[in-house]
Ligand binder design. Structure first.
Ligand code: 6PG
Length: 262
């Protein structure tokens, strides 16, 4: 069994949540997935309320895949229960970290997943959909245009980017060995993923690394080996996410099983 020893001081709270500070990142290990999603929902709303207090627009990019479904459902439930008052949703702009090159009603569409989980119960944020139905290069170019319009003359700086990580250490649609890993000029890239034999649209490192906060949500034992390598700084896509702002890793115990000191 691989085990990476992270010789980093950690603290354990009374509910068993372990916090490790390491290489500029804060790694938080939750005993169970439910606690991870509660904490992620808290971070989602904290970011929005901070923007409301500053009377500014809140810009977030959110992850696709399956892990965040529980988070999005939890967020929508809190809104439905009236636990998220005082938010001007018109000033909350949600973008996607990546999208599959499929129509919005396709089972693989991240937009479709978000519509079924997050965009319910009157959560009327401004959603910026990637037009996955278009040819990949056109979809990427249009999304970049929309991003540039959104940030205008301002600095490209998302308030929060929520990311997942695959068992191969990919994040967004930045997969090992794919061309977009080396794209340091564009904000959005069309990226062919050999392993999946399919095209993806993805934010590039330039965007991920300019954020005020990047929050990784990683759950499940199948991620443990890649996660241990990523946190050790291995040459994997997720390890290259080094935001100008805060880097947070929210893990459950299963995903963190490969890191000692957890
Ligand atoms: C996607 C995601 C992708 C995802 C990881 C983890 O479109 O699939 O954005 O980067 O976060 O693949 O996926 P799971 O959460 O399904 O394990």
């Amino acid at each position: 069994m691989f085990r990476v020893v992270l010789a980093h001081m950690g603290t354990v709270s009374q509910n068993g949540v372990k916090r490790l500070a390491m290489d500029g990142a804060e790694v938080v290990v939750f005993p169970a997935p439910a606690q991870l999603f509660e904490a992620a929902a808290n971070e989602f709303f904290r970011t929005i309320y901070d923007c409301m207090k500053r009377d500014s627009v809140c810009r977030m990019a959110v992850a696709g895949g399956s892990t965040p479904k529980s988070l999005y459902t939890l967020i929508a439930d809190r809104v439905d229960k009236g636990q998220a008052r005082g938010i001007d949703w018109a000033r909350v702009h949600l973008f996607f970290g990546d999208e599959r090159c499929v129509p919005p009603d396709h089972p693989d569409s991240n937009y479709r997943m978000m519509k079924q989980t997050l965009l319910v119960h009157g959560l009327t944020a401004a959603v910026h959909r990637v037009q996955g139905e278009l040819p990949p290069e056109e979809a990427a170019a249009r999304y970049e245009e929309e991003l540039r319009e959104e940030f205008g003359d301002g600095v490209l700086k998302f308030d929060l980017i929520i990311l997942g990580m695959g068992p191969d250490g990919h994040t967004a649609s930045l997969f090992p060995g794919s061309a977009a890993l080396n794209d340091h000029t564009r904000w959005v890239a069309a990226n062919y993923v050999e392993r999946l034999k399919s095209w993806r649209i993805t934010l590039t490192y330039q965007v991920l690394n300019s954020a005020s906060e990047d929050l990784f949500l990683v759950s499940g034992a199948e991620k443990a080996e890649a996660l241990a390598q990523v946190l050790k700084g291995a040459d994997l896509p997720a390890a290259k996410v080094k935001p100008a702002g805060k880097l947070l890793w929210y893990l459950d115990a299963a995903a963190a099983s490969g890191i000692a000191g957890r």
